[in-house]
Design a protein around this ligand. Sequence first.
Ligand code: NAP
Length: 482
Amino acid sequence: MTGTQYQYIDGEWQTGQSDEQLAVRNPADPEEPIRTISQADRAQAASAVEAADAASKGWAAATPDERDAVLYDAADRIEDNVDDLAETLTHEEGKPLSSSRAEVSRAAEIFRFFASYARTATGDTVPSNDPGTFTYTFREPLGVVALVTPWNFPIATPSWKLATALVTGNAVVFKPSSETPTIAKRLVELLEAAGIPDGVVNLVIGPGSTVGDEVTTHERIDGISFTGSTGTGRHIAAAMAERGIPVQTEMGGKNPLVVLPDADLDAAADAVIAGAFGLTGQACTATSRLIVHEDVAEDVTDAVVDRAEALSIGPGMDDPDMGPAVSAGEDETNFDYVRIAKDEGAKLLTGGGRPDGLDSGYFIEPTVFGDVDPGMRIAQEEVFGPVLAILEVSDFDEAVDVASGVDFGLSASIYTADMALSRRFTEDIEAGVVKVNGTTTGSQIQLPFGGMKASSSEQKKEMGQRAYEFYTHEKVVYRTDP
Ligand code: NAP
């Protein structure tokens, strides 16, 4: 790794110019910072945008084989470094080592998948009313795109934005979360080694309020792809509304899993556990509401509580079922919501405390609340931690009303053997990703991903076979013979 320089601008690693240092901590043992980083300031962030602007025309003119060579090479390098990258990720973000390995491998898969678009990009030829006029469409890059990402999938999320932006010929300024700067730096180092030309990828590490603000509001930015909280996403989208540039925001969730009486209850309970407590509940698609039919509520609740209590918790490096929350802020939020839910009258069925022997890190027991009403804050607000709310309903229609009765609309699942009801669910539920007999978490890269309502600006989906649309203008040509 390139020493203590974390800012990558115009092909050079630089020291951050801000006086303020960023302390990177291990969430399993946060007492001692792992490292301290010099952050960028506004001027340095602006220079990253200018470097991208200067490099953008050259990269836009690169041929498909030149572009895909870099992306395929980056994929190979990510794969060759899976163990090292996974350890970096776990050390900084806290997730179990096997989850980090899976995420790193997915990043390689993402680069490979999108690399293929360099040579398979197509436009449309459309019949013209005028026999002398040839009519067709093609796509060209936006120019300079700001990529702003969260900490919870700190290599996969940047990879799907970077790969798509780059393969379509854009230059980028990448602003990762301040919680996970090292894995971001490692990824950019691998792109550099893969031969990305100077200035095409720029990395700036620093606070969202200054560095993030500079890269998203700079006049040379032609598009923004943001993933993070709904508050930040809406702030960026509102600030950019006047300029009218494309802004893609993928944001929070409050994802329901519905269980009907005819469901495979064991499979449903397994899915709830995986969705609510996998990755410590720190997935935008995490299951945070179990909506269960009253006829099976007791059985499903018991099964979920038993399984929650059997989960192992510990430092991610030990590869437990559940690691710590990422930061002191998320740790505080988890315990705040435990208090809020109790005050609202929800019944704590298990968890809610610091696990024995894990006082030094940001750990919390897998937590389950029963007797939750749809209007309670614990049923409405994103916790982004391992806190599950159970709501009972008396029929399918009530289940759908409760499931959709929140501001968010990211992912949703139903467990049932009834083909007709599951089809109705896919139609009636307000969510961008719908599963039938599957976890709310998890997605395949060849399928589009994104939410509805407060979960997304719905400016094109990410991933999938048309993810490139966001990063391109479509031009329509009428070419008439002279
Ligand atoms: P966040 O606080 O909104 O931060 C996301 C990114 O925005 C970070 O890089 C942050 O930088 C930056 N930022 C903050 N303020 C900014 C500003 N004024 N201008 C420009 N950039 C700014 O979110 P988070 O806590 O990292 O991530 C958790 C959230 O992400 C959850 O709500 C989760 O649901 C959501 N998420 C959504 C998806 C999805 O696909 N829908 C996927 C994963 C996560 P700093 O770190 O320096 O503050």
